[in-house]
Write a protein that binds this ligand. Structure first.
Ligand SMILES: Cc1cc2nc3c(=O)[nH]c(=O)nc-3n(C[C@H](O)[C@H](O)[C@H](O)COP(=O)(O)OP(=O)(O)OC[C@H]3O[C@@H](n4cnc5c(N)ncnc54)[C@H](O)[C@@H]3O)c2cc1C
Length: 500
């Protein structure tokens, strides 16, 4: 049996696994991905885009433009179909991006290919066994890997989650949809349709971007979605299931044929009871599944990866204790729990009876008022995330805004400082006022001036700080002035650095 050692083995090369591998590689950690699929190609379309905070995170790594140049910037945030405009939010990316998941994965894979990551494709993880020093990973075909840590980024049916004995409590489905890409001989009514059973729709797949606008083209396969009359069908859906579901709704299946992809999704909402069991961690769909309303899943997974990557890297390098990994669950579990609640609320609001229509109209009216719109839009776009990192300045635990800085080397954006995924101590007071010389190899200290307004989504203007300690994921760990105590503690807590 062939065994090779890695610091971290990631099961699954979807968006979450790719992002995590990139983060670990940036930190200089030897990571390998094991992926069942023979290549990065993805049957079907799945996620339709990125929300603002995910785009910001890609910007923090210097790769946002790769995505923006291939997609359609638009106001994509919505709640139960009610659009939530974020164009007045204080961010460079005050919009979302329409871009199908296969493109998102391709672009992420291109980035990872530039970094030192081993990817074993066409191989499945079949089992794991952890001991005091590491984890044995059994592979299909009889191979094996040994890793210090294993991260299950292997999707909703995660083998890693089950093998680690992690519970997956939640809610059984109440709605079931079939989604497919097929050829259509007839001429359906394109667009979204609602009836007593639910929401259905036919959409064209082929499009061109003309003058920055998506223009759908005639011909080619269609994307079909139909609500099933019954919930709880087991097994993989077939063309016949799709045909029967369409006939039940439209009285015809419009001559559908030649499917390239048929899938079923429901509003089952489940979340891993713990994101970590010893040396095994979970991220992305492996840790949480829910209805796609609001387009949150991929975004959550990518953000899980960015939260976990630097922490796991520091633990692997032994610069931080293992307990740092517990902050991953503490921070990310509540975020996904809120997403589950929001998707459940949306499923209820998306019901198609007259009373629910009336309720949705009421909610829609309320979301036309600035304050409720901003609050919910901050949640749906990810810009409002607030980790409980302690009291004090409102920036603590919130995303660092991408302000324009003036430095001795010229103008610079804050996010440019995060490209290497290293912590940054930004000193906006007297140059040289913060002395962290013994830690300079791990925390980059930058003296700068910033004349811009410090404004946060929903909260509005906040007091300009004299110094900010920014974690590699772009969240603020400490705010203060150079004389204020607490910096040494924050450096120790987050980056394992002993006080000077
Ligand atoms: C219809 C639909 C619409 C959606 N729309 C949106 C949207 O608009 N926005 C959004 O953010 N999200 C959306 N989502 C959700 C999104 O697709 C998922 O949340 C996202 O794919 C999760 O990424 P992941 O990497 O965690 O898991 P996955 O994408 O499921 O990747 C898991 C990977 O692990 C591999 N794997 C599984 N088991 C093993 C094993 N044992 N060994 C090796 N490899 C394994 C799989 O082959 C796969 O490549 C939608 C989902 C659906 C179904």
């Amino acid at each position: 049996m062939h065994t090779s050692d890695h610091a971290v083995v990631i099961a699954g090369c979807g968006p979450t696994g790719l992002m995590l591998a990139g983060e670990l590689a940036l930190a200089g950690v030897d990571a390998a991905i094991v992926e069942r699929r023979p290549n990065q190609e993805l049957a079907g379309s799945r996620a339709g885009g990125l929300h603002a905070r995910t785009i910001e995170m890609l910007d923090q790594r210097g790769i946002a433009d790769r995505f923006l140049s291939e997609g359609q910037m638009a106001q994509v945030a919505a709640f139960a179909g009610v659009a939530l405009d974020i164009s007045d939010f204080p961010t460079r990316h005050n919009y979302g991006l329409g871009l199908w998941q296969n493109h998102i994965e391709r672009i992420l894979a291109g980035w990872v290919a530039e970094l030192a990551v081993t990817i074993h494709r066409g191989i499945e993880v079949t089992g794991i066994a952890q001991d005091d020093t590491g984890v044995d990973v059994a592979l299909s075909g009889g191979g094996a890997l040994r890793a210090r840590y294993v991260v299950g980024c292997d999707g909703g049916r995660s083998l890693i989650r089950k093998a680690a004995g992690i519970e997956f409590p939640g809610w059984d489905p109440s709605v079931s949809n079939l989604i497919a890409e097929v050829e259509v001989a007839g001429e359906p009514t394109w667009g979204v349709h609602r009836d007593a059973v639910g929401v259905h729709g036919f959409g064209k797949l082929k499009y061109e971007i003309r003058d920055g606008e998506v223009v759908y083209l005639d011909g080619g396969p269609a994307r079909v979605m139909v609500t099933e009359r019954q919930v709880g069908s087991a097994g993989e859906p077939t063309l016949r299931d799709l045909s029967e579901a369409l006939i039940a709704i439209y009285g015809t299946d419009y001559g559908i044929h030649s499917p390239t992809w048929i899938s079923r999704f429901t509003d089952m909402a489940r979340q891993a009871a713990s994101y970590r069991n010893g040396r095994v961690l979970l991220a992305g769909d492996a840790a949480h599944v829910h209805y796609p309303a609001g387009g949150q899943g991929l975004n959550l997974g990518v953000q899980d990866a960015v939260n976990l990557g630097w922490k796991l890297a520091q633990v692997v390098k032994k610069t931080s204790p293992e307990s740092l990994l517990d902050t991953y669950h503490a921070e990310r579990h509540p975020v996904a729990a809120r997403v589950l609640r929001h998707t459940m609320a949306q499923v209820a609001l998306l019901r198609t009876d007259d009373r629910t229509d009336a309720l949705r109209e009421t909610i829609s009216g309320l979301l036309g008022i600035d304050e409720p719109r901003k609050r919910l839009a901050a949640e749906m776009s990810g810009l409002g995330i607030h980790y409980e990192l302690g009291d004090g300045h409102p920036l603590i635990g919130r995303r660092m805004p991408d302000l324009d800085l003036a430095t001795a080397n010229g103008p610079l954006r804050v996010y440019t400082l995060l490209h290497e995924a290293r912590p940054v101590l930004l000193n906006l007071g007297d140059p040289g006022g913060l002395d962290v010389t013994p830690r300079a190899d791990r925390v980059r200290v930058v003296d700068a001036k910033c004349d811009g307004m410090w404004e946060l989504p929903v909260l509005g203007a906040v007091t300009a700080p004299e110094a900010v300690l920014i974690r590699p994921d772009g969240y603020v760990a400490w705010v203060g002035d150079p004389a204020q105590p607490g910096l040494a503690d924050a450096l120790t807590t987050w980056f394992g650095l002993a006080a000077a």
